[in-house]
Design a protein around this ligand. Structure first.
Ligand SMILES: C[S@@+](CC[C@H](N)C(=O)[O-])C[C@H]1O[C@@H](n2cnc3c(N)ncnc32)[C@H](O)[C@@H]1O
Length: 298
């Protein structure tokens, strides 16, 4: 199979998986076999596991031609999640497209940390700043039925998709969406907040040329980059959260693995307490947690 020529018969599932895996390897793709399986399962409309039980099944020309088109897109480093139109986050299927960042497994650490601080019957106000696909807001709302959840983004396109995802999971009545810059997006009636959570843009500008083509060339730049040191958004978020939280309220946000020290300093300068940095599944610094002093008036 070449990128442009039709597949030659007989192309069985096994043969196609082997060929595509090799092809993706040559193209520098990180998980060649997995991606080949995901794309083929999508074309055949079966679960991945079913591919293993039908290795000798030949594909018909229509299936081959659809698969060939997807392989071509992936070989140009378009992320699988955009090709398939969805990604699982917190065991919830979310629609994704190039208007939003693809939710990452490491962001589940942020969700876990938030949930540990909330009883199952907690009924406070939580805002997810820069909601993108809605991943964090939807995951938290799905786990805490009495919590009032708001989600904001500067991108109206992202909010459209986040609303759609909330509705897919029957959470459209539970999450309010607002367009705007950080906490300015939120109507005053939502204040004071019990939780401000965010996975903000935090990639350093100098990393632009080093990051994977999947990210650099396909994911929205405004979801990724935040100035020279990657802290431009976080630097503005911290004082805004300080003003919007109730005394004793929590601020939690994702950080880059080289940013822990700078972020600790920024939080301490704004008089946050109980500052903690939580590591991700790869043991890298990933989530900052801090509390507004309980006795604080402003
Ligand atoms: C890293 S993505 C996170 C998306 C989603 N929360 C997730 O974890 O998958 C950052 C999001 O913040 C939004 N964003 C960027 N600057 C913003 C700002 N100043 N105010 C609000 N949202 C912003 C981007 O549009 C993007 O959707």
């Amino acid at each position: 199979m070449s990128e442009d020529k039709p597949l030659g018969p007989p192309w069985t599932i096994l043969k196609l998986l082997r060929w595509t895996t090799d092809f993706f390897k040559q193209k520098g793709i990180d998980s060649p076999r997995l991606d080949a399986e995901l794309l083929l399962a999508h074309v055949l409309d079966v679960d991945r596991i079913h591919l293993y039980t039908q290795y000798d099944r030949p594909l018909i020309e229509e299936e081959l031609s659809t698969f060939r088109a997807l392989v071509k897109r992936r070989s140009r480093r378009e992320p699988c999640a955009y090709i398939l139109g969805s990604r699982e986050f917190w065991s919830l299927e979310l629609a994704v497209d190039p208007r939003v960042l693809i939710p990452r497994p490491d962001t589940e650490v942020l969700v876990e940390t938030v949930l540990k601080l909330l009883d199952t019957d907690s009924a406070g106000h939580l805002v997810d700043i820069g909601t993108g696909s809605g991943a964090i807001a939807i995951a938290v709302a799905s786990e805490r039925p009495l919590l009032q959840v708001a989600a904001t983004d500067t991108s109206e396109d992202a909010l459209d998709l986040a609303r759609k995802n909330a509705s897919t999971h029957q959470l459209e009545e539970r999450i309010s969406f607002f367009e705007g810059d950080l906490l300015d997006a939120l109507p005053g009636t939502w204040l004071p907040l019990d939780f401000v959570v965010s996975n903000p843009p935090y990639v350093e500008e100098r990393d632009r040329d080093d990051i994977q083509p999947e990210v650099r060339d396909f994911e929205p730049a405004n979801a990724l980059f935040a100035g020279e040191d990657g802290l431009d958004v976080i630097r503005r978020l911290i004082p805004q959260a300080r003003l919007s939280l109730r005394p004793g309220g929590y601020l939690l946000f994702e950080i880059g693995h080289r940013q822990a020290e700078a972020v600790r300093d920024l939080l301490a300068t704004q008089d946050f307490e109980d500052i903690e940095i939580i590591t991700d599944y790869g043991d890298r610094d990933r989530v900052a947690v801090a509390r507004k002093p309980a006795a604080s008036s402003a």
